[in-house]
Design a binder for this molecule. Structure first.
Ligand code: ZN
Ligand code: ZN
Length: 293
């Protein structure tokens, strides 16, 4: 083998970008900070009502995307949607809102819609998983998804949230064989849900677990976050890279793992200071830097 061949495949990196001033602005922010990929909300993430997405908004987004060459583009579903809800009214609103999110993502030409499987409060885990499967099917009914893929995100397991075991995500995928699904692996969620990735053998065990459940090739995006909450706490608190309970060394191993290099690495670290985003991005960039592979 020639020596010039890179020893290490560098993954695409980016962050969750703000949409102030229009969705296309997120692409410009991403380009100006040297991102390859990004994640956005396509609407207010904390309200049921969404400002309609006009054809002009979508056209502008697609045009700027072509110019900036940012890819893949992930949209994170709003936080109110609960695809596993036991409450009838909440479930109905969630399914409508999820469908709207899909339609917006299609219009924008996004690659991924990231969604949490939901909370089964008031019912059991198995019922929650079945409700989530039905919700995804209803949401996608008669929609041409094109290249859009729905990514199920693993959760921290707070409250009665499903999706904190990769087996849950596998069951949902098995329940929707005709719908293009994948996985978004959140490092902070996995850690507080009880997957100890602090040491090398723990990470390897997780990779084996991924392979046996959802398959690593289906992990299309990685929410690359340190955790302010301790191991196995089932608490969801993202934190700056290298300053949390997972730590820089362990996160560096994740960023350089050959079985994950095909995925888009997206930072979702806290937005307390605009400089923090850049610092986190630089940290991730230093992890995947090929210089000392
Ligand atoms: Zn998420
Ligand atoms: Zn989170």
């Amino acid at each position: 083998m020639p020596d010039s061949k890179p020893k290490f495949k560098v993954p695409r990196i980016g962050f969750h970008a703000p949409i102030k001033g229009g969705l296309h602005n997120a692409l410009l922010v991403a380009r100006d900070t040297g991102c390859d990929t990004l994640q956005i909300f396509s609407r207010n993430p904390r309200g049921w009502a969404a400002k309609p997405l006009t054809a002009a908004d979508a056209a502008l987004f697609r045009k700027v995307r072509r110019e900036t060459k940012i890819t893949p583009v992930a949209i994170h579903c709003n936080y109110l949607v609960n695809l596993a809800a036991a409450d009838e009214l909440l479930l109905k609103k969630s399914r409508n809102s999820f469908r709207e999110e899909l339609q917006r993502a299609i219009l924008l030409g996004a690659d991924y819609l990231v969604v949490h499987p939901g909370s089964a409060r008031g019912s059991c885990e198995a019922d929650g998983i079945n409700t989530c499967i039905a919700s995804i099917k209803i949401g996608c009914r008669r929609l041409d998804l094109g290249k859009l893929r729905i990514l199920l995100e693993n959760t921290a397991g707070q409250g009665e949230c499903i999706g904190h075991r990769f087996e849950h995500l596998r069951s949902i995928m098995d329940g929707c064989p005709k719908i293009p699904l994948g996985v978004c692996f959140d490092t902070a969620h996995a850690f507080t849900a009880g997957y100890d990735i602090r040491e090398e053998d723990g990470l390897e065990a997780l990779i084996v677990k991924l392979q046996r459940t959802v398959k690593t090739r289906n992990v299309r995006a990685i929410h690359f976050n340190d955790s302010r909450a301790p191991y196995n706490s089932r608490v969801d608190r993202h934190w700056h890279i290298g300053e949390g309970h997972i730590g820089a060394e362990a996160l560096r191993r994740v960023a350089r793992h050959p079985k994950l290099a095909h995925a888009a690495f997206i930072l979702e670290t806290p937005y307390d200071d605009p400089r923090a985003d850049l610092q986190n991005l630089n940290m991730l960039r230093s992890f995947v830097d090929n210089g000392d592979a």
